[in-house]
Design a protein around this ligand. Structure first.
Ligand SMILES: NC(=O)c1ccc[n+]([C@@H]2O[C@H](COP(=O)([O-])OP(=O)(O)OC[C@H]3O[C@@H](n4cnc5c(N)ncnc54)[C@H](OP(=O)(O)O)[C@@H]3O)[C@@H](O)[C@H]2O)c1
Length: 206
């Protein structure tokens, strides 16, 4: 479980990378440059996936957070695109473990959330549902494990226009080191599949 593919590592992926490299993991990065703009109507990740030569596990950091975003835009960015990339990687590496990135608010009803984040959270809920379905389907067909991390407020959004209050926490805020530890737990615990691991300072309980 040492040959990892980081899809759209962004800030959290880049922040955890050194921790993996210091433990002799080999990391292949698939960034937007290779897999393309997943909001574009002609998004087709297959050519980028075909360049991969090895993959024990793929980690989908890629995602998009925007306030007041149209539902279709969030759905395409945070679920449709990730699903298509995951399916292409699974077709090439049928046993590779898959880890998706959700959000600690996925367990909330949309009505209980500020209107501005509903489309984003809904898209992560759909990705959560897909993650569990893939864990069941691929677990039965190839033994691939599929899990998710649901982060709380690790880093503020890159675009200040889309900043929101971090919210109350029950512990210190989660750090990239916490995310790295959670990823390593999922990577190296062979009986764990279909799991959503909250790295969220207890925000999922509030
Ligand atoms: N940061 C947090 O505290 C937090 C909290 C809850 C959930 N999450 C989730 O955790 C994951 C990682 O978070 P992060 O803060 O590290 O994310 P990030 O820095 O915003 O990185 C997102 C990644 O997605 C790629 N991306 C964005 N729009 C794209 C597009 N239209 N087409 C193709 N690629 C695109 C970015 O590519 P470029 O680098 O080329 O722009 C980047 O690699 C995300 O899925 C996020 O939703 C994060």
């Amino acid at each position: 479980m040492k040959r990892l593919v980081f899809v759209g590592p962004g800030r959290i992926g880049e922040a955890v990378r050194a921790s993996f490299e210091s433990e002799d993991y080999t990391i292949t990065v698939l960034s937007r440059r290779e897999y393309g703009n997943f909001l574009s109507p002609d998004f087709a990740p297959e050519a980028a996936v075909a360049t991969l030569t090895a993959c024990d596990a793929v980690i989908f950091f890629a995602g998009l957070f925007e306030l007041n975003a149209p539902e279709a835009r969030m759905e395409q960015a945070n679920c449709g695109a990730i699903r298509r990339l995951a399916e292409a990687i699974h077709a090439r590496f049928p046993q590779a473990q898959v880890i998706t990135f959700l959000d600690a608010r996925i367990h909330r009803t949309l009505e209980s959330l500020p209107e501005a984040v509903r489309a984003y959270v809904k898209s992560k809920q759909t990705l959560a549902q897909w993650t569990l379905e893939a864990a069941s389907d691929w677990g039965k067909s190839t033994g691939a494990r599929v899990n998710a991390i649901a982060p709380g407020p690790v880093l503020p959004p890159p675009n200040k226009q889309h900043s929101e209050k971090a919210g109350d926490c029950l512990t210190p805020r989660p750090t990239p080191a916490d995310v790295a530890a959670a990823l390593k737990f999922l990577l190296h615990t062979p009986s764990v599949t279909g799991q959503v691991l909250y790295v969220a300072a207890g925000q999922q309980l509030l």
